[in-house]
Design a protein around this ligand. Sequence first.
Ligand code: T6T
Length: 314
Amino acid sequence: ALTLSGCSSPAANDSGDGGDGGGGDEAYEFVFVPGVAGDEFYISMGCGIQDAVEAAGGTVSEQAPEKFDPTLQKPLVDSVTSSKPDALLVAPTDVKAMEAPIKAAEAAGIKVVLVDTTLEDPSAAVSQVSSDNVGGGEAAFSAIEEAHPDGGKVLVISVDPGISTTDQRAEGFQQAAEANDKFEYLGVQYSHNEPAEAARLVTAALQKDPDIVGIFAANLFAAEGTATGVKQAGAEDITIVGFDAGPAQVKQLEDGVVQALVAQEPRKIGEEGVAQALAALNGEETEEKIQTGFTVITQDNLDGEGGDAAYVSS
Ligand code: T6T
């Protein structure tokens, strides 16, 4: 197991009584299984998890799949289950395929919290913590609407069907787009979390519909590829709104390559996830669902609250 590293951890090692996390004396063992390795959203979440676990006197390790893919994530969860930590914080990469392995973790006596993404049947988890993804999708459309009051064609570049978060973002975007009859919603295309595939999809879409006015890219890697695709097509006047705010996305916002970013609160999702797991471990009540917020970042608020909402990269 990899130990999380690189987070600045001001709250680290407060092992005295009465720490944030429920006050128990037990050094609980946590494992974090993110959706994929090397993703700044999950890196930021891991820092929140690490700080909260250390503040409660526990330990945490991470098991991250190399791709956002349930066939890679399932064996990791299976091996975590056989190592029997006290708690598992996991972002399931598919609403169906990850149900059985997560149920097995619960059956082994591990307290499971779903962080970021969720399952069709989340009953094995003591809590689910995620962003307002539908609201974030609606906010992404509002940013395009503001830039193009006369309307036009809009497209969504997502990851894969069956991921709760990105499906909800696309749904929120679609509902908002269809509520304004000046806009034509062209649907969702799936990039499999590969920037090169997102770029290819965008280039092809712009060949077919050169009058697209806005593209919503539903996560970090979709946004990376969308920006490349728009650049390659030499298209101007297209508003790109990306979900998430990694360092590269913030730079693209500064450079005017993308016009808005919907930043989640990954640290907070991690901290809340730990608090719920601790509550369950200490026999206290848990909250079935916790929804965290988001910040729309544009060039206008980058120096203030927008900049503060950006993610860390290590
Ligand atoms: O957008 C986040 C996360 O919320 C989503 O579930 C998967 O993609 C990200 O990790 C960003 O790459």
